[in-house]
Design a protein around this ligand. Structure first.
Ligand code: KIV
Ligand code: ZN
Length: 511
């Protein structure tokens, strides 16, 4: 029997720590459900003490998820730990993850604490956490740049205090694979009670080595990897879950362990996260990039046709690419739509929301006769965004665009029961439409990102637009999908404006 490699997903916590990636409670619950479907062992749902919104998100995920353990992050501070414990009350299985920095630079400059004070605080933190759960994880932040003798001392003490998982973060992505593997091996060998804890790794990708470092640690005895979907996370991100899982699975001849992940859910998880955060996946990204299984050269194509294994080490369908199937069409009824939603694990929460989504589906089926799972996901995202808190709602949009003429847009928005119209020229139809909206809203927000992705292929495909706005230190995303790109753009812009006006977004969950 091989060892189990525990997959700890931190998309909802570390993955949220990049400007513009913050998610609403509903979005976090949708991602958490997909992670649960994928059989992730532990879902780090957020940092409950960071804000009331984060507290609510962690409690909602804890209530929604039944099969995975739900984890809340807490600094080694009593209030943080109590907030995490309270947020996890409804979890079937809850974990508190507490951390304190151990590198000389962090202790001296950030914490202004001596190593002995840090050790004492870490032990206290684990004891506070034990009042809520036995499942406690401890992280010595910036372990990659910490003194190994001190790491041994503090880790031995927290195991004695009750920590069951020791997570060794390479917080700034500074380590090299051999060095990091050796660190894990040395810690396991030198800490007298190390056999009472599971060693975990948490690597950042500043030098592009997060996955390599994590796998090197696994070869040296780590049995939990912390990772995120699409490798999202602070700065250059974290180790990508899909790469860790598929490396270990594909090279079972090499690794002494395997994960329990249902890899066929990977592509869906990747799309969900990129759709919600607005961070597109690069085409050549391993496993989940659109080109990850595409063979361009004639020699390769010929080889694959003769025998797939000549150039393919994994099968696209094993990670969920085949899930892109034609599901419904113009004649599909409400029941078929409802059934497909539930097969996709989407719960709309009310009949009203189902009706609205079904109306959009019918509308789309009139314009596009093949409706794929991705289209359904986009319809549902659009509804969820629309329902979030609607200060403005699009009534109509009219755009004139012609070669040699300045584009002109007229937008009509519903605001507090009254219709308001804005008209503007622009350098293109999208620019004109955004300016027309601003004539009404006068938000003064700065447009930081405008991106368009086609959800499926073909000229009748829906375009999915992400708009990122910045206002008074807050960064928000809005998404819109439609077969008409200008309409999708306007929906995305209005979605972002509504979020700014709802005031629910955080600047940064760790602040
Ligand atoms: O990178 C890091 O050190 C972290 C810790 C909180 C585990 O995210
Ligand atoms: Zn991190």
């Amino acid at each position: 029997m091989k060892d189990k490699l525990i997959i700890f997903d931190t998309t909802l916590r570390d993955g949220e720590q990049s400007p513009g990636a913050s998610m609403t409670r509903e979005e976090k619950v949708r991602i958490a459900r997909q992670l649960e479907r994928m059989k992730v062992d532990i879902i780090e749902a957020g940092f409950p003490a960071a804000s009331p919104g984060d507290f609510e998100s962690v409690s909602s995920v804890a209530a929604a998820v039944k099969d995975s353990t739900v984890c809340g992050l807490a600094r080694a501070i009593e209030n943080d730990i109590r907030r995490a414990g309270d947020a996890l009350k409804s979890a079937n299985s809850g974990r508190i993850h507490t951390f304190i920095a151990t590198s000389p630079i962090h202790m001296e400059k950030k914490l202004r604490m001596s190593p002995d004070q840090v050790l004492e605080q870490a032990v206290k933190a684990v004891r506070w956490a034990r009042e809520y759960t036995d499942d406690i994880e401890f992280s010595p932040e910036d372990a990659g740049r910490s003194d190994i003798d001190f790491l041994c001392r503090i880790l031995e003490a927290v195991i004695d205090a009750g920590a069951k998982t020791l997570n060794i973060p390479d917080t700034v992505g500074y380590s090299m694979p051999e060095q990091y593997g050796a660190l894990i091996r040395n810690l396991r060998e030198r800490i007298p009670n190390s056999d009472r804890a599971i060693f975990s790794v948490h690597c950042h990708n500043d030098l592009g080595l997060a996955v390599a470092n994590s796998l090197s640690a696994v070869m040296n005895g780590a049995r939990q990897v912390e990772c995120t979907i699409n490798g999202r996370g602070e700065r250059a991100g974290n180790a990508a879950l899909e790469e860790i899982v598929m490396a270990v699975r594909t090279r079972q001849d090499y690794f002494p362990c395997d994960t329990g992940i249902d890899a066929t859910q990977i592509v869906q998880a990747s799309r969900l996260v990129s759709g919600i955060t607005g961070f597109a996946v690069q085409p050549n990204k391993a496993i989940v990039g659109i080109n990850a299984f595409a063979h361009e050269s004639g020699i390769h194509q010929d080889g694959v046709l003769k025998s797939r294994e000549t150039y393919e080490i994994m099968r696209a369908e094993d990670v969920g690419w085949s899930a892109n199937k034609l599901v419904l069409g113009k004649h599909s009824g409400r029941n078929a739509f409802r059934t497909r939603l539930s097969e996709l694990g989407i719960e709309l929460g009310s009949e009203e929301a189902l009706n609205a989504a079904f109306a959009r589906f019918k509308d789309l089926a009139d314009k596009k006769h093949e409706i794929f799972d991705e289209d359904i996901q986009a319809i549902v995202s659009d509804e969820a965004v629309g329902a979030a808190s609607e200060h403005y709602r699009l009534v109509y949009l009219k755009v004139c665009s012609e070669t040699g003429e300045t584009p002109l847009a007229a937008v009509n928005l519903l605001e507090g029961g009254a219709e308001r119209e804005g008209i503007s020229e622009g350098s293109g139809p999208v620019d004109a439409a955004f300016r027309a909206i601003e004539k009404i809203a006068q938000s003064g927000a700065e447009l930081q990102l405008y991106s368009v992705n086609n959800i499926t292929s073909g000229t009748d495909a829906q375009g999915e637009v992400t708009v990122r706005l910045h206002k008074d230190g807050r960064i928000v995303n809005g998404q819109g999908a439609d077969t008409d790109i200008v309409v999708a753009s306007v929906k995305a812009y209005i979605g972002a404006l509504n979020r700014i006006l709802s005031g629910t977004e955080k600047v940064n969950p760790q602040l």
